[in-house]
Design a protein around this ligand. Structure first.
Ligand SMILES: [Zn+2]
Length: 413
């Protein structure tokens, strides 16, 4: 095999000529030139164009390392004048428009970002996490062009999730049938959700039969005005979140009361019950079960709160014909409980009754949207360093929408 052919194979560079290879310090720089027919093409549409100018001269692109050696491609990067896109940088066959990395390099970054930790990606590929964010946006944009995630939707879940401190939110839409994240956008307002329905279009809006969501009015209103036929169901895990909050309120009140009365030991005990109270009983440690047993023996308000929480959580798992009378009983019990936070939940349940019954009737209590939400929260934590909600969305879509490319050279996904 000739050396130039060998280099082209190793670099994944086709339709180009290797002009020379040199070390610069410990880095290898491979100089290349596109074949004549590949030169002067628009980087956005690929059309042949007239030359505008030589741009900023020669440019470099990171290629996958050769063993331990960092490798760069170097080539001319002139600007061309496209009839449709104006003055743009000319296309190269080895990299996405605007990128300083080759396709293979970026695909590997995307694969690693969805499969390993933030620090692993950065250290292994020798790039910053913010650069990773920019790579992910390019990869996802390209992968999204090849597949319409909004096709075939009938049962969807809509949720809002905060992505940074200071109340910055994303609106996310998942498909209940495939379990995929199908849409996400910064913002949590009617205007944000309108964008989703606009992208969906009238015909596909008409095929939506069920929409699950939290109790937020702006979601309910927007859904009703765009999908008249769809049934709005409340997500079971939001209801569970309400009672978890209510238990926590009771616990904090009791703790403050005991601290004020100077009973430090009791206050400390109450403080320590936090996780025991919120956990499902089957996940409790022996120590936590002991704490709950002591609360029970004291017949404290906190234990009543715990029981109400558990009752509601369990009744939501029952078949609809059993769940509905149980729910009526629960609302009555909570209203008379003397616990203000539970009385409030009871009022909310009465107000959202139709959407709760719809959820129970259609068994849309599955943990799918909850598990996607949990995964998005994990991704959010990793994505803090991006400082860019669209990079977070890109990482979420690579991971949860089936858009992650395979590792370079391992066949198509
Ligand atoms: Zn063009």
């Amino acid at each position: 095999m000739r050396t130039s052919s060998l280099f082209k194979r190793l670099l994944g560079v086709e339709r180009a000529v290797i002009e020379g290879v040199d070390f610069e310090g410990s880095d290898l720089v491979v100089r290349v030139r596109l074949h004549k027919r590949q030169q002067r093409r628009c980087s956005r549409c690929g059309r042949r164009c007239g030359l505008h100018d030589s741009g900023r001269g020669r440019r470099r692109w990171r290629v996958m390392d050769f063993g331990t050696v960092r490798v760069w491609l170097e080539a001319e990067a002139p600007r061309v004048r496209c009839l449709r896109h104006g003055v743009v940088i000319a296309r190269v066959t080895w990299a996405r428009a605007g990128s300083g990395f080759t396709y293979d390099f970026e695909d590997q970054v995307a694969w690693l970002a969805t499969n390993t930790s933030q620090s692993t990606v950065g250290e292994m590929m020798r790039i910053s996490w913010r650069t990773v964010g920019r790579v992910l946006r390019r990869v996802v944009e390209e992968r999204r062009a090849g597949v319409d995630l909004l096709d075939g939707l009938t049962r969807i879940g809509i949720d809002e999730t905060s992505y940074r401190r200071g109340h910055r939110y994303l609106t996310v839409v998942v498909c209940h049938d495939t379990g995929r994240l199908v849409w996400a956008h910064p913002g949590n307002s009617r205007a944000t959700l309108e964008m989703f329905f606009a992208a969906l279009g009238e015909e596909r809006r008409g095929r939506i039969t069920h929409v699950t969501c939290d109790g937020a009015e702006w979601i309910h209103d927007t859904v009703r005005s765009h999908c008249e036929e769809a049934e709005v169901c409340l997500d079971a895990f939001h209801i569970v979140a309400w009672v978890n909050d209510a238990v926590d309120t009771v616990r904090r009140e009791l703790w403050n009361e005991q601290r004020r009365s100077g009973d430090k030991q009791l206050a400390g005990e109450v403080k320590g019950t936090r996780w025991a109270l919120l956990k499902n009983p089957e996940n409790l440690t022996g120590h936590q079960s002991g704490m709950l047993a002591r609360l029970e023996a004291d017949n404290s308000a906190l234990y009543r709160a715990y029981l109400l929480k558990e009752q509601l959580r369990l009744l939501l798992r029952q078949p609809v014909e059993q769940a509905i009378p149980l729910l009526d009983g629960w609302v009555e019990g909570a209203t008379k409980s003397g616990l203000a936070s539970f009385e409030k939940v009871a009022r909310t349940i009465v107000r959202q009754r139709t959407a709760i019954e719809a959820m129970l009737r259609h068994s849309l209590t599955n943990g799918r949207i909850e598990s996607i939400n949990a995964k998005i929260r994990l991704i959010q934590r990793r994505a803090y360093g991006f400082h860019d909600p669209f990079a977070l969305i890109a990482l979420a879509q690579l991971t949860l929408s089936g858009l992650c490319p395979p590792l370079p050279g391992r066949g198509r996904a």
